[in-house]
Design a protein around this ligand. Structure first.
Ligand code: PEP
Ligand code: MN
Length: 264
């Protein structure tokens, strides 16, 4: 079902007025790694909107490596995300980690995110496949492209074809970056599948200084958009501050991207 052989025409995923896919300008999703407070979320939403992003992100259920790290605000966070999205007039995306969270996440969010760590949580994939919300499926950190597309297949097989893929870097021997951004999957996905593909340079590199340049590289490679972490005060972020852009950095990056897009 995910294959272009089966479905030659590119899939366009529409979220409100935002269109993600071939023939439309690349979409920019921006927002903090984690929702921390109503004030932080609204400030981040303004950064996203003022920079020109179309969709707001924010995590309420956080898949942290260690149990002592901030785990997210849960349902309270979903409310703050929705309020911030409504305040700036942007649709919102947030990660769902367990089937039990489906009702709440569907109530507050416009797009459901499946994180890298849950890319092969097949029961979760089946459940999001049964609902009508678009799904942002992130590539597992050790998943081959074949496994990534097979994970998307689970969602489509249940009847939900509004799937957006997201390359977010894979584990390699290289430790200079948090993950290794596998940009070649972007043109490959475009060959093999009709689904749109985004790139998340924030989690891929783990380094603020690399986010803008890898965002541009992703768009040159043919990505249908990017997802970037922004925070009003990255030094105080409860999660992923080192890879988060502040308002000025995000604005500057978006200016660079607009200039690039006029050439593409
Ligand atoms: C995220 O985007 O919030 C996230 C946790 O990313 P990943 O699942 O790619 O690690
Ligand atoms: Mn993060």
């Amino acid at each position: 079902l995910v294959s272009r052989d089966f479905h030659p025409e590119s899939t366009l995923v529409e979220v409100g007025a935002v269109k993600i896919g071939d023939g439309h300008p690349p979409v920019v999703i921006a927002g903090p790694c984690s929702i921390e407070s109503p004030e932080q979320m609204v400030a981040a939403a303004r950064i996203a909107r003022d920079g020109g992003a179309q969709i707001l992100r924010g995590g309420a259920f956080k898949p942290r490596t260690g149990p002592h790290s901030f785990q997210g605000l849960g349902e309270k966070g979903l409310k703050y995300l929705r309020q911030a999205g409504d305040a700036v007039g942007m649709p919102v995306v947030t990660e769902i980690m367990r089937i039990e969270q489906l009702d709440a996440v569907c109530r507050y969010a416009d797009i459901l995110q499946i994180g890298a760590r849950n890319m092969q949580n097949f029961d979760l994939l089946k459940e999001v496949g049964k609902c009508r919300h678009p799904v942002l499926l992130k590539r597992g950190m050790s998943a081959t492209l074949e496994e990534f597309l097979a994970a998307a297949e689970y969602i489509l097989a249940e009847g939900n074809s509004r799937v957006i893929l997201c390359e977010r870097g894979i584990r390699t021997f290289e430790r200079a970056t948090r993950n290794t951004l596998d940009l070649s999957v972007v043109p490959l996905v475009r060959e093999l599948s009709h689904l749109p593909i985004l790139v998340d340079p924030s989690h891929a590199t783990g380094k603020r200084s690399l986010v803008a340049v890898m965002s541009k590289a992703a768009l040159v490679a043919g990505a249908h958009g990017i997802m970037v972490e922004v925070h009003p005060d990255p030094a105080k972020a409860l999660c992923d501050g080192a890879q988060s852009l502040d308002g000025e950095e995000f604005r500057e990056m978006m200016g660079d991207i607009r200039a690039l897009l006029s050439y593409l």
